[in-house]
Ligand binder design. Structure first.
Ligand SMILES: Cc1cc2nc3c(=O)[nH]c(=O)nc-3n(C[C@H](O)[C@H](O)[C@H](O)COP(=O)(O)OP(=O)(O)OC[C@H]3O[C@@H](n4cnc5c(N)ncnc54)[C@H](O)[C@@H]3O)c2cc1C
Length: 312
């Protein structure tokens, strides 16, 4: 197998921009956890994304696209292959259609809409990460998901071709989209927005931010958001994972420096030196407690990216 330095040489000569060898993934993770990736490339244009994916395909090297790293648990062993960090950012408004490059932070998108008094995506206020990550996991809050407002999405397919997928083709459901199985790269997403009352929009965003600050760990506390998905029963009722965890005695549990956040039992936080192994062991303990108390199987919302083996 080629060394990270040899891979970096080959990458730079084909792609025309450098990738960092042996890059610590903890720097790119909201959890602040993760060993070195063989290569990490910061893509600043669609051309960068296309060339990086083409290089990986030609080399037979594993690759994985990340946005803000706010929903990911990297492995203690890092990642054998290429991590592509998507930093392709821009927003363009044409009438009531907003086109967002996939590396655009959700914070910029919300700010852009507030400034122009456009309604429809206020519920994204305070969710960290990028448009691409949010579309992939159909991020949402307060009873809304990003998929509701998507008109269509430009994708870079694994075979290097590009394609447009409509909202219906994206198969959005609770914290899920087509991309969870197919792992195509989102290049751009278009959203339907509508003119609204400037005062109401601003107030709505402020209310959402305030409501979140009461429940979530303080900004800067390393974590990756809700660890488990809420449980959706066959009749459509949702059981809040946080409530199940609380009743199963999650509060105060800790493995190494991975701990259940005292303000919300569905957040696992890194107290300083947590390893991925600690987080996974704590999550397994939490899952087991809910299983044995309620017979309910919790499913992870946070994505653990293995260092080797097949892609998740
Ligand atoms: C404090 C905190 C609060 C949070 N609150 C919420 C919340 O209220 N609601 C909610 O839904 N989530 C929440 N999250 C989770 C997270 O912010 C969202 O899931 C967010 O959408 C992830 O975006 P990201 O760019 O950081 O994705 P990453 O974490 O970088 O990646 C997540 C997944 O998306 C994929 N991905 C990223 N970019 C692309 C792309 N361009 N094309 C294809 N796939 C891509 C990755 O491969 C990975 O599988 C929270 C997280 C934190 C830390």
């Amino acid at each position: 197998m080629d060394s990270p330095e040899a891979l970096a040489g080959s990458f730079a000569s084909k792609v025309g921009r450098p990738a960092r060898p042996s890059a610590p993934l903890s720097e790119w993770s909201w959890f602040r956890i993760g060993g070195p990736a063989d290569l990490l490339f910061r893509a600043e244009s669609f051309r960068d994304l296309e060339r990086a994916v083409a290089w990986a395909r030609e080399q037979g090297t594993r690759f994985y696209i990340i946005g803000g790293g706010s929903n990911l648990l990297f492995d203690d062993e890092g990642f054998r292959g290429l991590i592509i960090r998507n930093e392709v950012r821009s927003l363009e408004l044409k009438g009531s259609l907003l086109a967002a490059d996939s590396g655009t932070p959700l914070e910029s998108l919300v700010g852009f809409l507030v400034e122009r008094s456009l309604a429809g995506l206020e519920f994204l206020a305070g969710i960290p990460g990028t448009v691409g990550g949010a579309v992939c996991g159909n991020a949402g809050a307060f009873g809304h998901d990003i998929g509701e407002a998507v008109r269509d999405v430009d994708l870079l397919l694994k075979n290097g071709q590009t394609a447009v997928r409509t909202r219906a083709e994206m198969a959005f459901s609770y914290r899920h989209s087509l991309l969870k199985e197919d792992h195509h790269v989102v290049l751009k997403a278009r959203f339907d927005v509508e003119p609204g009352d400037p005062v109401r929009i601003r107030r709505q965003v402020e209310d959402y931010l305030e409501s979140r600050s009461g429940k979530h760990p303080c900004p800067g506390t390393p974590c990756a958001g809700s660890y488990f998905k809420n449980k959706v029963l066959s009749d459509g009722t949702k059981l809040a994972a946080g409530r199940l965890l609380e009743q199963a005695g999650a509060k105060g549990l800790r493995v190494g420096d991975a701990a259940v956040f005292e303000g919300h039992d569905n957040f696992i936080i890194n107290l300083g030196r947590a390893r991925a192994r600690d987080v996974l062991d704590l999550a397994a303990e939490l899952r087991e407690r809910v299983r044995s108390r309620f017979g309910v199987e919790l499913e992870e919302e946070v994505v653990h990216l293995p260092a080797t083996a097949s892609m998740p």
